[in-house]
Ligand binder design. Structure first.
Ligand SMILES: CC(C)(COP(=O)(O)OP(=O)(O)OC[C@H]1O[C@@H](n2cnc3c(N)ncnc32)[C@H](O)[C@@H]1OP(=O)(O)O)[C@@H](O)C(=O)NCCC(=O)NCCS
Length: 139
């Protein structure tokens, strides 16, 4: 349902017609210059091969074409792969990745959920995205 209503900010990667990874995102109502990555996942068989980075490239390409300039996501401290993904995207774009505590443990019932850090990446433009990811999409 999210991918249906937010199709222009969501990405599905397929391998021979089978899903291999996806991003579900949305433009943030309080900050429309930002696309927020709500979920990103790569099928276990495809991890560590650049698929999430390629899906990010596709999302960012569309986002800058629509006038956007920031990428945001929340990440838990234990999710090393996700942290590397977002920091890597910022590094490739050559822009800042500003990391702040967004949701503390006590925001979640039971206190068992880890805190969530907001990663805010940007500002970037179409030239940055092109330089960072030329040839990385639609593979
Ligand atoms: C996070 C996730 C989407 C990354 O997907 P991926 O296709 O493997 O990512 P990529 O191959 O594009 O790699 C992106 C970066 O993360 C690094 N990375 C990937 N898997 C890693 C791991 N298990 N440990 C450490 N770093 C890792 C890569 O080296 C790369 O870094 P680099 O650009 O500095 O070389 C994937 O691990 C996943 O689906 N995890 C489960 C779902 C999840 O936690 N989603 C995020 C929260 S919504």
């Amino acid at each position: 349902m999210m991918a249906h209503f937010f199709a222009d900010t969501s990405v599905l990667a397929e391998d021979n017609g089978e899903p291999a990874g996806f991003i579900v995102g949305f433009r943030m109502p309080p900050r429309p210059e930002s696309v927020f990555v709500w979920q990103v996942a790569t099928s276990p068989d495809f991890r560590g091969r650049g698929l999430a980075t390629s899906m990010m490239a596709e999302l960012l390409q569309r986002h800058v074409e629509a006038g956007g300039s920031y990428l945001e996501a929340t990440v838990t401290p234990s999710n090393t792969a996700s942290q590397r993904l977002f920091r890597g995207v910022a590094e490739k774009l050559g822009v800042a990745c500003n990391e702040t505590l967004e949701f503390a443990r006590d925001h979640f019932p039971g206190g068992e959920h880890e805190e969530e850090h907001l990663f805010r990446i940007g500002p970037f433009d179409a030239g940055d995205v092109h330089r960072a990811f030329a040839g990385a999409t639609k593979n």
